[in-house]
Design a protein around this ligand. Structure first.
Ligand code: ZN
Length: 148
């Protein structure tokens, strides 16, 4: 095996956050995402809510590929094409699909309804709907499920 030219060497100008091409610690993550974007054809609607979120102002689609298993396999079956709202929701529960499917649109509407009555705290709602307090907060602030 030939020894790689850079073995054991560290070049401060090309590593770390000083490098203009530095992408943070998620290099692997964005790498596979790029691959997915190049290899899979995007459906025209969100595979979770069935909505077509359309395009952003700069013309990019608002559908994003989300990984199902957390293993980032190069297989279409390991990916879901989601709108930004559903993707945010899923990332909040990256533990798995089980949680992801827990909330339905109806439930989210209920959360808003309950919260508006002033009788339920966010924490109580979290318990009631078996989601995290953070999720309830995000729903109420319309950071996720924005189309409801
Ligand atoms: Zn969606």
């Amino acid at each position: 095996m030939p020894i790689p030219w850079n073995k054991g060497k560290k070049y401060p100008q090309v590593t770390g956050s000083k490098n203009p091409k530095w992408k943070g610690d998620k290099v692997g993550y964005s790498g596979i995402h790029k691959w997915v974007y190049n290899h899979f054809l995007k459906p025209n609607k969100c595979e979770h809510c069935g909505r077509n979120p359309g395009f952003s102002k700069n013309g990019t689609t608002l559908l994003q590929w989300a990984n199902k298993s957390g293993k980032y396999l190069r297989k279409l079956s390991d990916w879901l094409c989601l709108c930004i709202s559903c993707h945010a929701l899923k990332d909040n529960y990256n533990q798995g699909e089980k949680h992801f499917h827990k909330l339905t649109e109806k439930q989210v509407l209920k959360i808003h309804k309950f919260y508006k009555t002033g009788k339920h705290s966010q924490r109580q709602l979290a318990k009631k709907f078996n989601v995290t307090h953070t999720t309830i907060g995000r729903i109420i602030r319309k950071q996720i499920w924005t189309h409801i």
